[in-house]
Design a protein around this ligand. Structure first.
Ligand code: G3P
Length: 217
């Protein structure tokens, strides 16, 4: 499973990239606004650091506007993926952009049939949101299981990006289901490294190392 960061924060992206586990980045207008910086400045920096796919979101509500914005965004880098909301107008835009070789990521997907529609329109990626479903007492990961099953039934090659991830167990469950990608906040990616027995083990080894005579380092 690929690991994407769901952020527009360049420091977080640089750090994860240095860890060697960053496969791509997803952004949205909320994440870009949190940086407080001009959109193009932020995006150009991200594209310099990340080799993998970088999703950038359109904001128009009509297909014509989305297509125009999508073409502009795609000009910024070969690895740009245009994020389009799950609406009828959005699916019109997906068809056009994909026919021009511009990959799309259909976002704000909350039901299995929305994911199927996105795939039928030709989207390269679909982003079902798990955390926001959990937030309203639903079962976000059930959506991922159902989308995966439908895509397997019909050998659909649209990639599933598990989005709106809140904690490491979302990542584990996404991998168990066989999702293609999990996009997560930096705080969640950091937590993936953690295990109390790892910390305890390091402490013990360091204490014992002190007892070793004539150490080379
Ligand atoms: O970028 C899409 C999605 O991951 C947003 O997550 O935490 O705002 O529900 P969240």
């Amino acid at each position: 499973m690929k690991f994407f960061l769901d952020t527009a924060d360049i420091d977080q992206i640089r750090t994860a990239s240095e860890w060697g586990i960053l496969d791509g980045v997803t952004t949205n207008p909320t994440l870009v606004s949190k940086t407080g910086r001009p959109f193009l400045e932020v995006v150009k920096e991200i594209l310099k650091v990340v080799d993998g796919p970088v999703s950038l979101e359109t904001v128009s509500l009509d297909a014509e506007g989305m297509i125009k914005e999508g073409r502009m965004l795609a000009e910024l880098g070969e690895n740009v993926v245009v994020k389009i909301p799950m609406t009828p107008e959005g699916m019109k835009a997906v068809q056009v952009l994909e026919s021009e070789g511009i990959p799309t990521n259909v976002t704000l997907v909350f039901s299995p049939v929305q994911a199927l529609i996105a795939a039928k329109a030709g989207a390269s990626y679909v982003s079902p949101f798990v955390g926001r479903i959990d937030d309203i007492s639903g079962e976000g990961m059930k959506l991922i299981r159902e989308v995966k099953e439908i895509f397997l039934n019909y050998e659909i090659d649209t990639q599933i990006i598990v989005a709106s991830v809140r904690h490491p167990m979302h990542v584990v469950e996404a991998a168990l289901i066989g999702a293609d990608i999990c996009t997560m906040p930096f705080a969640v990616m950091e937590k993936l490294f953690k295990h109390p027995l790892t910390d305890k083990g390091i402490d013990l080894f360091l204490k014992d190392w002190e007892k070793v005579p004539d150490k080379p380092f």
